[in-house]
Ligand binder design. Structure first.
Ligand code: DGJ
Length: 532
């Protein structure tokens, strides 16, 4: 990032030494919580992903204004295999270099999306020289003998080609990005297969009938009686799906491990989801990192740092369930894609409350495309406004939020459709959140907002002090000990700049007598509580 300190340092330190001073981003785990470390400290991805065909230099003038509107600190943008390797073994880094230099100019970091062998389960981003050689780079064969529009994970030639290209990309980043503009790389995009649970080609069938790899049995604690047993015998009705998940993950592991050996950036795989409440086989992409096969992916692809859900579910119960399914002791939560219609904005807080390392609405650019009904019908300042509010609030205190989250001190909630009150457990305190009440008066029986858009965040600063912020909501506190009554000792409104809170006024009277009310503008409070 360009700032005065970096500029001064850059002027003083020769390039070779400079590169040593910038630690490579990494995912760190402590006490079951995760942080993405960037420049040596926890970093929160306030992300925005561009549309699929917006990663071309000619499109960037229509990307940056939308990024500015939303206030993202990180842009997720594709790197296309068909562009990177126009001839076998010949690499064109010009587009990647443009992304790097323009991102630096616009003072944002990048998450690069490797559109390689898989893009949404198909192989549409393979270079032309591969598309015209389908025998060498085969597709999945369906159960009835018909080809499926999805690459086979058993092709050595495809694996070698993808590995070579991904290695070339990572090697180039290592050389061209000593500033660590790129903080993470997504390997493939929603890998897996639509339209067939697995590959039924003879090569695949042979492996399906062979013993399940011992490492996988061990990882799943299934060794007892399963040695030398084949997939069907070990996994029964799950066998075909688990086999495909293992095969896709095993392929990607090899690509990822080779890339990581060049340049060890954090790597992740994104998943097209199955319904988190009522999954029904055949309705979702098979072989991807759906919630039921996370342990298989973990065992097969240790070079992948995390598995990340693409969440396009617009009801809060299912949204929260997905967050809970991917927030695991063995998996850092990250939302690399979510719907860009305004109702999704509040889920940023739901993800923060569960320790996410980042959040990114999909389709943030002004190229004129819109993926409605998944997202908003038109992308403009108005459609992005709710997301902009999020990042206006979180941007100035991003580093503190990331650190507090890593320390387990962050609590945040988003409004549900049917329930209009929520409680946050803060140890000696409980926070009562309500939605839809006016700013004046006790507000019994909160009706909820006309559209669920409320959100609240509380960061525990210790000694009964809290940073409190929110939108379209009210929060109040009670001592967990019912014999004690809470008193607002001090409620300061302030601004946050460069990690420091500067008070601008004290709230009291109507502003605190009925709890702390947040409307449509970003307000940050520092609250000190006492009891009587
Ligand atoms: C999920 C994919 O990962 C994205 O690239 C995009 O195709 C969206 N679905 C739909 O717009």
């Amino acid at each position: 990032m360009l700032n005065i300190r970096n500029l001064l340092l850059a002027a003083l330190i020769p390039a070779a030494l400079w590169s040593q001073t910038q630690p490579i981003p990494r995912i760190v785990q402590k006490d079951g919580r995760y942080a993405l470390f960037v420049d040596g400290a926890p970093y929160l991805i306030l992300g925005a992903q561009v549309h699929n065909s917006s990663g071309w230099p000619a499109m960037l003038p229509k990307v940056w204004p939308a990024i500015e509107t939303i206030g993202a600190n990180t842009v997720e943008i594709p790197v296309y295999w068909e562009q990177l390797e126009p001839q076998p073994g010949v690499f064109d880094y010009s587009v990647v270099d443009t992304l790097l230099s323009e991102a630096r100019e616009h003072r944002v970091r990048l998450v690069l999306l490797w559109f390689g062998t898989w893009k949404n389960g198909s192989s549409h981003y393979m270079p032309l020289w591969m598309k015209t050689g389908p025998d060498r780079y085969p597709r999945v064969l369906g159960a009835k003998g018909r080809l499926v529009d999805s690459p086979s994970p058993y092709s050595r030639a495809t694996l070698d080609a993808d590995t070579r290209a991904f290695v070339a990309l990572m090697r180039h980043l290592k050389e061209a990005d000593q500033e660590r503009t790129v903080i993470m790389v997504q390997v493939e995009n929603e890998p897996g297969t639509w339209g067939s649970v697995r590959d039924y080609s003879p090569a695949a069938q042979k492996l399906f009938d062979a013993p399940v790899p011992a490492d996988l049995l061990k990882a799943l604690h299934k060794e007892a009686g399963a040695a030398n047993a084949n997939w069907q015998a070990v996994f029964g009705s799950d066998a075909e799906e688990f086999f495909h998940a293992w095969s896709v993950a095993h392929f990607i592991q090899q690509v990822a491990a080779a890339g990581k050996a060049e340049y060890p950036l954090p790597l992740y795989v994104n998943a097209a989801l199955r319904d988190p409440m009522n999954p029904s086989r055949g309705t979702y992409e098979s072989g991807g990192a759906t919630d039921n096969v996370i342990p298989i992916w973990k065992a097969a692809a240790p070079a992948i740092d995390l598995l990340a859900p693409d969440i396009y579910l617009d009801d809060s119960a299912r949204y929260f369930k997905v967050l809970d399914l991917y927030r695991r002791p063995d998996n850092a939560l990250f939302v690399p894609e979510t719907g860009n219609s305004p109702a999704y904005a509040r889920y940023f807080f739901a993800a923060l409350g569960r320790g996410t390392i980042g959040f990114s609405p999909f389709g943030v650019d002004y190229t004129g495309y819109a993926n409605a009904p998944l997202g908003a019908p038109k992308i403009n300042e108005e459609s992005l406004a709710q997301f902009s509010l999020n990042y206006k609030l979180a941007g100035p205190m991003m580093r503190d939020l990331a650190r507090l989250s890593f320390e387990g001190k962050l609590h945040a909630v988003a409004e549900e459709e049917q329930t209009h009150t929520q409680t946050m457990d803060l140890g000696p305190w409980k926070a009562a959140v309500s939605y839809g009440v006016p700013s004046f008066g006790f507000g019994n029986n909160p009706p909820g907002n006309p559209q669920p858009e409320g959100r609240v965040l509380v960061a525990d600063l210790g000694d009964n002090r809290f940073l409190v912020t929110g939108l379209f909501s009210r929060i109040d506190f009670q001592a967990s000990d019912p014999a004690q009554q809470r008193e607002f000792l001090r409620v300061e409104e302030g601004t946050y700049e460069n990690g420091a809170f500067t008070p601008i006024r004290i709230w009291n009277g109507d502003q605190t007598d009925y709890g702390l009310n947040f409307a449509a503008s970003p307000v940050i409070l520092r609250v000190t509580l006492g009891t009587f």
